[in-house]
Ligand binder design. Structure first.
Ligand code: NAD
Length: 334
């Protein structure tokens, strides 16, 4: 039985990822500080559900707690590491940048140090489409230059990519860096648009629509995303492997960056229409200017994911939004 260590296990993506790995027969060690960035009860509920599986154990300390990760790696010697714990969110990084230094920079450093001492077969770390920043050439490719981050959140994730590359090079640690594109679905994050819009629409409150609605996002449904993660676990970067066209594999390290996105950007207006349809209610829209740190559009080139795994995320937006709204109504009894 292989052991997977998953950080951020009580988070939105972490919960779904642990569930999938448990279903696939992994022993899963989770780590999540259950911080109060958003509703702690939601994180506790996700964690309780995972604890119903006999293969799951969890530690509720922080990544950056001295010695925490080193001890967990020493005790469990994970074969696979999926690093999802982070301080996420573009907007919050304007108010509280230090939280991003602690969780994303110090936390990821501690993880890399633990991996250096107890090397896993493969580490997979979450980065974000936000690292593409002010890039205007679409769709975004993993090999594009990414030097124009627009938020401190994105800057810490870009730093994580560089930190991981250096450890992959120096200590021959195979590392895959995911760039996720706006992930959504049941058990989702309360600070993200789908959650906020659904809650407001069902309460009869207005929704804030930024950049006067002129926004595009490449949405990725959670089940598709987790399936892509599962397949990438077995696509271990190897500098000796035959060349793949368009690969982001480093020439000096077993390190690769992979976009996980639908490759089908959606206009914000169409996204709102899908929520209206799923809720059966009309939204009242507050048209607002662009938010600082935000970008008007994201669009993933997902060719590399397809070449590596044969897979392309494919859930239709209407189906994914409906599944979210159904979960939301059941969970909150509205
Ligand atoms: N959801 C998206 O659309 C999206 C897009 C791009 C990138 N990402 C990245 O994917 C990862 C998972 O995102 P998510 O949407 O599941 O977010 P989430 O906030 O739901 O999950 C992160 C989890 O990490 C935990 N955590 C935070 N700081 C910690 C620390 N210092 N020590 C231990 N635990 C800590 C939190 O309690 C939380 O449960 C993050 O790295 C995020 O930056 C997410």
């Amino acid at each position: 039985m292989r052991t997977a260590f998953v950080t951020g296990s009580a988070g939105f993506i972490g919960y779904h990822c642990c569930k999938r790995l448990l279903d696939d027969g992994f022993r899963v060690i989770g780590l999540d500080s259950l911080n109060d960035y958003y509703d702690v009860q939601l994180k506790e509920r996700r964690q309780q559900m995972l604890l119903q599986s006999r293969g799951f154990t969890v530690d509720n300390r922080k990544l950056e707690d001295p010695g925490c990760l080193m001890q967990l790696f020493q005790d469990h010697r994970p074969d696979i590491v999926v690093h999802l714990a982070a301080q996420a969110g573009v907007r919050y990084s304007i108010d509280s940048p230090k939280d991003y230094v602690e969780a994303n920079l110090t936390g990821t450093f501690e993880l890399l140090e633990a991996a250096r001492a107890y090397p896993p077969e493969h580490m997979l770390l979450a980065s974000t489409s936000s690292v593409y920043g002010a890039n205007t050439q679409m769709p975004y490719r993993e090999t594009d230059k990414v030097d124009t981050q627009m938020s401190f959140y994105a800057a810490t994730k870009k730093a994580n990519e560089a930190m991981a590359h250096s450890y992959a090079h120096l200590y021959h640690l195979p590392i895959t860096m995911f760039r996720f594109f706006t992930v959504y679905g049941p058990w989702g994050r309360p600070d993200m648009a789908l959650f906020k819009f659904t809650r407001a629409i069902l309460n009869g409150d207005p929704i804030d629509v930024f950049n006067q609605g002129d926004m595009q996002r490449d949405f990725t449904y959670i089940t598709d995303l987790v399936h892509a993660i599962r397949l990438l676990i077995d696509a271990v970067p190897d500098t000796d492997s035959p060349a793949i066209e368009g690969d982001s594999l480093s020439p000096v390290a077993p390190y690769r960056i992979v976009n996980i996105g639908n490759s089908q950007p959606v206009q914000l207006i169409d996204f709102i229409a899908a929520i209206e349809k799923a809720t059966g209610r009309q939204a009242t829209q507050n048209l607002m200017p662009m938010q600082p740190g935000d970008v008007p559009a994201t669009w993933a080139d997902a060719e590399l994911l397809k070449k590596l795994t044969g897979y392309a995320p494919q859930t239709e937006l209407a189906d994914g939004v409906t599944a979210f709204v159904e979960w939301y109504r059941e969970y909150y009894r509205v």
